[in-house]
Design a protein around this ligand. Structure first.
Ligand code: HEM
Length: 508
């Protein structure tokens, strides 16, 4: 009984022993020393010593919410079955439970959510055919187009290994040697680079995937989550003001919106392209530094996502959740995008290290279907996967009644692939066209913001880095190059002043 008369459960240790005294170690006399047979204390403190799992190497700061996906039963105006046999899309009103983890990329687990940084937008849909993870960002393109460059781009963006400070000179040194990053930079240094919070931003799958129908025919697909709250961004000045008093404003905003029943919503749309190389386009459809023009490849709505429940526990859910691009369901497939292949190895690899080999047994990661595998044991194995009829058989094939292969849900998609085994970049690099087009189609205030931010960051860089970046910008758009050069004092021009800031949060 508590002092105010409430019934209280009794404390135990992890072995189930009652804890009679949680205030004092066992010591020789009241002044000590303590003895080593202090099991209750040793267990408590040694568990505490291990309370943190390694943080994610990227996207360490994040926040998770639960919700559902509701299918429209159509893809645009057409039946979903024309493109995909994935069951979650077929029927109007069909709901699939899901979790979403929003994140920043570069900072550590307790870093400010006001950073100029892409925002992660990772969705895990628990379908009747197992999990489907769509691991995306709030920006539609990426810095690089080959997975082998990922550790380098991240090292350049992470703190300097000596000073441990993020350093614009290192960032733009790398970017200026990586022209395919120009398009991404025009997003990241625009207002979109600091979303107001997690509710007011879109999500993008970024990489190109496939949908496969019952005949085994595939189309190329890009995924978009369109926020129904509207897009809102912060200026650098507004972000700094928030950061002065609050490091987790975006998590707080999401948590509080869900608590008050103001459930955020996104519409899932797909862009579809016939499978193939598309030589008529000035970009490769497998190049994740490019967007697909929406007037040619329209956004086709397929359903909506609603987030309506907060986590019960941050560590059990937000920290231990594990998303990966390899996690697809029948009717969805990979494209040949070499970034996507690299990502697919990386996610589960890091999760076996970060969470442990049995991370898929944790409730937040487990599918709603019953896993039936012959994968066994290892650290923290919580249970044995369902073995079917005969628990003695943990191999396949077997005549003794073990698990058998599942029937196919449709014809396999079997694309013809041939070519020399080589190390080459995509031939249609076209690194500047979409970056320049984006600059030219931005409203004036956003262009101003972009130039200001480039000048602000590049102003902290060595002159040769500035010059290389300005050289790239000029090839994107002559005016962009001229304005950044002027802001940096490289050409003595006053065109494109970047002086005044502090405009309010804008919808774009
Ligand atoms: C080759 C390129 C990439 C590699 C090797 C890579 C690798 C990783 C790794 C190792 C993690 C940590 C996962 C964990 O600890 O659970 C991660 C997290 C993440 N990545 Fe990537 N990534 C790549 C590109 C991208 C791209 C292009 C996007 C966006 C479309 C993206 C979105 C995310 C998100 C959202 C998370 C956080 C997932 C979560 O909330 O737990 N990554 N990535």
């Amino acid at each position: 009984m508590s002092e105010d008369g409430r019934e209280q459960s009794h404390l135990t240790n992890r072995q189930g022993h009652p804890v009679y005294d949680n205030q004092n170690q066992r010591t020789v006399g009241e002044r000590g020393p303590a003895t080593l047979e202090n099991y209750q204390f040793l267990e408590k403190i040694s568990h505490f010593d291990r309370e943190r799992i390694p943080e994610r190497v990227v996207h360490a700061r994040g926040f998770l919410a639960h919700g559902f996906f509701e299918a429209y039963g159509t893809i645009g105006d057409e039946p979903p079955s024309r493109y995909t046999r994935a069951k979650l899309f077929q029927e109007k009103g069909k709901r699939t439970p899901l979790v979403v983890r929003f994140s920043t990329v570069i900072g550590g687990r307790d870093s400010p959510e006001t950073a100029r940084d892409p925002r992660g937008f990772a969705v895990k849909l628990k379908t009747e055919d197992g999990n489907w993870d769509l691991v995306g960002n709030n920006l539609p393109v990426f810095f690089i187009r080959d997975a082998v460059k990922f550790p380098d781009v991240i090292h350049s963006l992470k703190p300097d290994p000596v000073t441990f400070r993020q350093d614009p000179n290192r960032i733009f040194d790398f970017m200026s040697m990586t022209p395919e990053s120009m398009h991404m930079l025009t997003w990241l240094f625009s207002p979109r680079g600091i979303p107001q919070d997690y509710r007011h931003m879109d999500g993008f799958g970024v990489n190109t995937y496939k949908m496969v129908n019952a005949e085994g025919e595939a189309v190329l697909v890009k995924y978009h989550w369109k926020t129904k709250q509207g897009i809102k961004s912060l200026t650098q000045a507004q972000a700094s003001e928030i950061q002065a008093t609050e490091l987790g404003h975006a998590s707080k905003d999401l948590f509080e919106a869900i608590e008050r029943g103001d459930y955020p919503e996104w519409e899932l749309c797909v862009q579809i392209m016939e499978d193939g190389e598309h030589p008529e386009l000035d970009f490769d459809p497998l190049d994740d530094t490019k967007t697909w023009p929406e007037d040619v490849f329209p956004l086709r709505p397929v359903g909506r996502m609603v987030l309506d429940r907060n986590v019960d526990n941050f560590y059990a859910e937000t920290e231990q959740v594990a998303f990966g691009t390899g996690v697809l369901v029948d009717g969805l497939d990979f494209s040949d995008d070499k970034m996507l292949v690299g990502r697919t190895f990386s996610y589960s690899d890091t999760q076996r290290h970060r969470v442990g080999p049995n991370y898929l047994q944790l409730p937040i990661n487990a599918p709603v279907t019953t896993p039936r595998t012959n994968q066994r044991d290892g650290q923290m194995a919580y249970h044995v996967d369902d073995t079917g009829e005969n628990p003695h058989v943990n191999y396949e094939p077997s005549s003794l009644g073990g698990l058998a292969e599942a029937p196919r849900a449709g014809r396999d998609h079997e694309p013809e692939i041939s070519g020399p085994l080589t190390r080459r970049t995509l031939s249609r690099t076209n690194d500047y066209a979409q970056a320049g087009e984006r600059y030219r189609t931005m409203p004036d205030d956003e262009r101003e913001d972009l130039v200001f931010n480039f000048v602000d960051f590049l102003g902290q860089c060595e002159e040769h880095v500035q010059e290389r970046m300005v050289g790239h910008f000029k090839q994107c758009d002559a005016e962009l190059g001229r304005r950044v050069a002027a802001g940096l004092g490289l050409e003595g021009s006053t065109n494109g002043s970047v002086a005044q800031r502090g405009v309010p949060a804008r919808a774009q």
